[in-house]
Design a protein around this ligand. Structure first.
Ligand SMILES: [Zn+2]
Length: 258
């Protein structure tokens, strides 16, 4: 009997990392979401990036209830000081469901967010999905409405969602430069924020992003916000396949696992 209890304890410990020391609330958190939508039946891999609307609502309600302060990524980078419990919500790829399912919740709680667009696309057809099953991205009108809400900052996630590290230098430069121009023509203001596709970056890509006039860039590595690293901002990925307890432990302990 006691063996069974020990095994259960080990399994739960590996799953939840409850033993990790909580990270101080003085360290700002940057969250990474993709889609806010209902899961696809029997597709665990794709559901990883689809957080259910009711889970997203529950997560935002938690931040609200506990008095967290929300920022866009550029506001967070600009802030001279940040109070305890500062956080930033980011969405990669710019899915249409961000308009339909995330915006109403953000409005409800007055939370801000940064969304990284892939302006050359209407669907996420850069993915290796079966034909006809791609997910729709935000259209021009939705982007405009989101911007008018005053809660959303739009950043760039390149033109074609390619791994910048493996692209020839000029192509990487083009992806970073032209996507900035495209986003700026959509939002009629400066595009300051960048997210490296797949979180892939190296010294060269960081240099290009800086030189082309962005003010900040996010990566996929887990961790909290560090002011000294505005072009390699770590994030906490929130997944659709995880429970509220996973979410809570990630936020409080920034546990080292996706
Ligand atoms: Zn992406």
């Amino acid at each position: 009997m006691s063996y069974i209890l020990i095994i259960i304890l080990i399994v739960l410990s590996l799953r939840y990392h409850w033993w990790r020391i909580p990270i101080s609330y003085n360290q700002p958190r940057v969250l990474m979401y993709h889609m806010i939508d209902e899961p696809l039946s029997g597709n665990k891999k794709r559901n990883k990036w689809r957080v259910k609307p009711k889970d997203f609502e529950k997560q935002m309600a938690w931040f609200f209830k506990h008095g967290w302060h929300s920022y866009t990524i550029s506001e967070m980078v600009d802030a001279k000081t940040l109070p305890a419990k500062s956080f930033c919500i980011t969405f990669d790829d710019g899915y249409e469901d961000n308009f339909a399912h995330a915006l109403p919740v953000l409005k409800k709680y007055g939370f801000k967010a940064t969304i990284y667009l892939v302006p050359g696309y209407s669907y996420n057809s850069w993915e290796n999905f079966e034909e006809g099953t791609f997910d729709k991205l935000l259209c021009k009108d939705e982007i405009r409405q989101m911007q008018e809400s005053g809660l959303i900052e739009f950043g760039s996630h390149t033109l074609n969602h390619k791994n910048l590290v493996t692209l020839p230098m000029e192509e990487a430069q083009k992806e970073i430069k032209e996507s900035k121009e495209e986003v700026e023509s959509l939002i009629c203001t400066k595009c300051r924020a960048f997210a490296y596709p797949y979180g892939k970056y190296n010294e060269k890509t960081v240099k290009i992003v800086k030189e082309l006039g962005y003010d900040n860039a996010t990566i996929v590595k887990r961790g909290f916000f560090e002011k000294e690293q505005p072009f390699m901002i770590k994030r906490v990925g929130i997944l659709g396949t995880e429970s509220f307890l996973d979410f809570y432990l990630k936020i409080t302990r920034i546990r080292n696992k996706f």
